[in-house]
Design a protein. Structure first.
Length: 154
């Protein structure tokens, strides 16, 4: 047992040393990274196949986290806002009960804005003329997104 553990540890250090030249980072469900003055050890579970595609100055390595991360958008929700939308699924309308008046934007599955309207704390939204499919109801107030609710129109 001790010999197997030693060999496994030695193999891990050898693999880590060989991959260090590539300086790869990965997002994984399980794994560990340990660093000390003598070196580092990084392992993950589940990285079976890795492919790199290059095009001009762009490189894409599937499975590995790239060093540069760009945040495109941050949505901060108002945690005090509460809303109930029913019935869901629906065929012709939904009732909206919320903690405050707000603006409602309805988007179809393709992300196209279908309707914008003001809603009261208790309101009825007609959806009978909508095509069948999934819609996102986005509640906003003062240009701040409060909550998003998905509704299925049958």
């Amino acid at each position: 047992m001790k010999t197997s553990t030693f060999i496994l540890t030695l193999m891990c250090f050898g693999l880590s040393y060989g991959l260090k030249a590539q300086d790869l980072e990965v997002i994984s469900a399980s794994g560990e990274y340990v660093e000390s003055a003598g070196g580092s050890l990084s392992y993950t579970v589940g990285e079976v196949v890795i492919e790199t595609v290059e095009s001009g100055t762009n490189d894409l390595t599937q499975g590995f986290q790239q060093e540069n991360i760009f945040v495109l958008n941050v949505i901060t929700y108002n945690n005090d806002f509460e809303v109930s939308v029913f019935p869901n699924p629906t065929t012709d309308f939904v009732n909206v009960q919320s903690s405050t008046n707000s603006t409602l934007q309805i988007y179809d599955a393709a992300g196209k804005l279908v309707r914008t309207q003001n809603v009261n704390e208790t309101d009825k939204i007609e959806m009978g003329n909508f095509e069948r499919g999934m819609y996102q109801l986005v509640f906003t107030k003062d240009q701040n997104q409060l909550k998003t609710v998905k509704v299925l129109v049958q």
